[in-house]
Design a protein around this ligand. Structure first.
Ligand code: SF4
Length: 293
């Protein structure tokens, strides 16, 4: 006899994804009304998968320099599900000469003390990017926050420390092995979401960064970065865990570290996503001959 269990699981998974998305977008509660379940109770529905460990402190892994982990032995097959972002050539042509910048230094010089959007007079520092210019793995976030604005480096606050933990303790790489940047290079006031005209003004620089670093994989961090890269409005909870393509580079969306600070139970999902990235890049899973932490 069919007890309906699969349907219930599907419904619960859908509700969980929807609530996770609402919470990530800033929802902290809902008005209490008869027949409405408290959001905290609904959010307590356990994730579908609990097979994987947390990113921090999970043992030995192998560092992956650029070029390591070339597809072999069935480890790095083409992702089954991939959504293609539109070609960015028209973006590069927005700023004549941008496509001729030959390295990251030249690109940074091209950007200069940029005044191309209304965020310029509000910033303390333009936050360009940091890391290995030949990295095989690139992390792309949304925009600088307060700490990043002061220091001029992406992901240096609490969320940045968590990202560093994922890279170093989870993946066994050094932060300096990867490349880290944001869609937007200047801090939006009060950490609001970047506006469409700001994205339009700044995005060509990110596209050129991707061109110049030419990583084997990108990890898109959070709703805004992923939606900007893919030109979609699909919730991150439905995009994460699936390979997409951005300008010819495979991109794995996952939750933003700042979201993880508020929702630590979601670390397991991020770790699932990161494990897919490690597999693609040929980074040994923890406990399979990597170095000791
Ligand atoms: S956000 Fe981008 S386009 Fe706007 S001023 Fe900063 S660097 Fe220039």
């Amino acid at each position: 006899m069919d007890d309906g269990a699969p349907d219930r699981k599907l419904i619960l998974d859908s509700v969980r994804d929807y609530i996770a998305q609402l919470v990530e977008e800033g929802l902290e509660g809902v008005p209490k009304s008869p027949g409405t379940a408290p959001i905290a109770a609904a959010a307590a529905i356990p994730p579908a998968s609990s097979r994987v460990a947390e990113p921090a402190g999970n043992g030995a892994v192998t560092p992956s320099p650029r070029g390591a982990g070339s597809p072999s032995s069935g480890e790095a097959k083409a992702p089954a599900a991939m959504l293609k972002a539109s070609a960015p050539l028209e973006l590069l042509s927005r700023y004549p000469g941008l496509e001729k910048t030959g390295d990251l230094g030249a690109l940074r010089a091209f950007i200069g003390e940029c005044q191309r959007c209304k965020l310029a007079p509000l910033r303390k520092n333009l936050v360009f990017g940091v890391g290995n210019p030949n990295a095989g793995l690139m992390f792309v976030g949304e925009a600088p926050g307060a700490d990043e604005d002061v220091q001029g480096e992406p992901f240096v606050g609490r969320a940045g420390q968590l990202l560093t933990d994922i890279i170093e303790r989870g993946m066994g790489l050094r932060r300096a092995d990867v490349y880290i940047c944001n869609v937007i290079k200047c801090r939006p006031p009060e950490n609001r979401n970047p506006e469409p005209d700001e994205v339009a003004a700044c995005e060509p620089f990110l596209i050129r960064q991707i061109d110049l670093v030419r990583p084997r994989a990108i990890v898109g961090l959070g709703t805004f970065a992923v939606q900007s890269l893919l030109k979609v409005k699909t919730p991150i909870s439905r995009l994460r865990g699936i390979w997409h393509e951005v300008h010819g580079v495979q991109m794995m969306p996952t939750f933003h570290p700042a979201y993880l600070l508020r929702n630590p139970s979601e670390k397991r999902r991020v770790w699932e996503d990161i494990q897919q990235v490690m597999k693609l890049l040929g980074i040994a899973p923890p406990g399979r001959g990597g170095r000791s932490p």
